[in-house]
Design a protein around this ligand. Structure first.
Ligand code: FIX
Ligand code: ZN
Length: 436
């Protein structure tokens, strides 16, 4: 075993080596709410959009007056001003989301300290979205982003009907929350789109739902199918949700090479007056996830959990089920402290067989801060892990570090999805998918 002095020397060298590898690595961001620039106004960017991010909306309401109606009836630029004054003028932007605006502006060469919103707005107004996409992806070191594409969102479906020209860096991912969480509403959408499932959940409904899923999977060239679930989500269960999942969604995913992503433990509308900013957290029941992984070994599950309490159980389940891939430090977990805790736990129990982070960006520019901040934490976590490994007598080479970082920033995810591709067999949908 190497001596103490050797380990201290190696540890300090490791930090700068890891930092170089992590800062140079290109990221595949596996979950965002960004859109291909071909979707025009659906792709949000610029200073006002950064400021009205729902994370900052809820923080800005921490100090009164709590005039929800006045806030929501204001224009986007008025809302941005309200948030700027409350979070950046009246106090220091210490929270993760507020600091994110500072990191983003500085990285774009702007001075947030000037305190002049008009100047910042002017800079953004002189840019085209195309220019901005190039600069942001470059500065953030991001090579591709998965979108969140909902066939239940009428604003978005309009674009799909026009067969938009696609930027291959913006990857499709099918979002189906209403189908699993609100069947009454989803049924109407399916009917309107020509997939009448009928009145009851039976074989005819399964056929209609599967046709709907197949068509949308093809149209958006989906990489995976996803849902976010409330803490009450249960499986098996006597619910519409469990029935549709078992009979239609999971068979569809299996036959069409789609992993099924579950974002577990969101409690929607805790304070409805805050609209999207009013969603909260609850502890998910991961016995439901264990049942799914066990009962559907031919399916692949990508999972992230919102409550801190669920993180260890998720990692342990992933050790038991190779068809389970944990990803990201979602939303309220996206703070330096919790990213570090979760990532260290995952490295210790899973090696590199998980996806370190996703950005969940809703505004293009957020890619910059979300990835800059996360990379800093990843450097710390990996330096610690490699230092321990060196102490055990294995000093990693640069090539090994590059391979590991690549896996954590999207490589493992791609490998996992490759395994979801259907096995070729004669006839049927599986062959049809492969020959696409
Ligand atoms: O369900 C989701 O995809 C969540 O990420 C969002 O609903 C949430 O509003 C969000 O933006 C979290 O970062
Ligand atoms: Zn999201």
């Amino acid at each position: 075993m190497p001596g103490y002095t050797f380990i201290v020397q190696v540890g300090s060298q490791l930090f700068s080596r890891v930092e170089r590898v992590v800062s140079q690595a290109r990221v595949a961001d596996i979950h965002t709410h960004l859109y291909d620039p071909g979707f025009h106004s659906l792709l949000k960017w610029g200073i006002d959009e950064l400021l009205v991010y729902h994370y900052l909306v809820s923080e800005s309401f921490r100090s009164g007056p709590w005039d929800y109606d006045r806030f929501w009836s204001a224009s986007t630029s008025q809302q941005a001003e309200w948030i700027w004054n409350r979070l950046f003028v009246a106090q220091s932007p210490l929270s993760e989301a507020a600091r994110g605006v500072i990191t983003t502006l500085n990285s774009l060469g702007l001075d947030p300290r000037s305190g002049d919103l008009a100047l910042l707005r002017q800079w953004f107004s002189l840019r085209t979205p195309e220019q901005h996409v190039e600069q942001v992806l470059e500065v953030a070191g991001v090579e591709s982003v998965c979108m969140t594409n909902s066939p239940f969102d009428s604003e978005e479906t309009v674009y799909w009907q026009r067969t938009p020209r696609r930027d291959p860096r913006f990857v499709g991912a099918l979002r189906i929350d209403p189908l699993l969480l609100n069947w009454r509403e989803a049924r109407l959408t399916l009917k309107e789109q020509g997939y009448d499932p009928g009145e009851s959940l039976n074989d005819a409904a399964v056929t209609a739902i599967r046709r709907f899923l197949e068509d949308w999977t093809r149209r958006i060239e989906s990489r995976y199918c996803m849902v976010s679930t409330p803490p009450e989500f249960a499986f098996p269960a006597e619910t519409d949700s469990a029935w549709i999942l078992e009979k239609a969604v999971l068979p569809h995913c299996r036959d069409h090479g789609q992993a099924f992503a579950m974002m577990m433990g969101v409690r929607r509308g805790v304070n409805p007056r805050l609209r999207m900013a009013g969603d909260g957290v609850g502890q998910a029941d991961l016995t439901a996830l264990a049942s799914l992984c066990r009962c559907f070994p031919e399916n692949r599950f990508l999972v992230t959990c919102l409550s801190r309490e669920c993180q260890q159980e998720l990692v342990i389940l992933a050790r038991k089920f190779p068809n389970l891939h944990p990803f990201g430090c979602w939303w309220f977990n996206n703070t330096p402290q919790l990213i570090e805790e979760t990532t260290t736990l995952r490295l210790d129990l899973l090696g590199t067989s998980f996806t370190f982070q996703h950005s969940d960006s809703r505004v293009l520019d957020q890619l910059i801060y979300k990835w800059k901040h996360s990379r800093v934490v990843l450097v710390d976590c990996l330096t610690q892990a490699y230092t321990r490994l060196a102490a055990s007598g294995w000093v990693p080479t640069d090539v090994e570090m590059e391979r590991d970082v690549h896996r954590l920033l999207g490589g493992s995810f791609n490998e996992f999805l490759e395994g979801a591709r259907p096995v070729r067999h004669e006839g049927g949908i599986a062959r049809d998918f492969e020959s696409r």
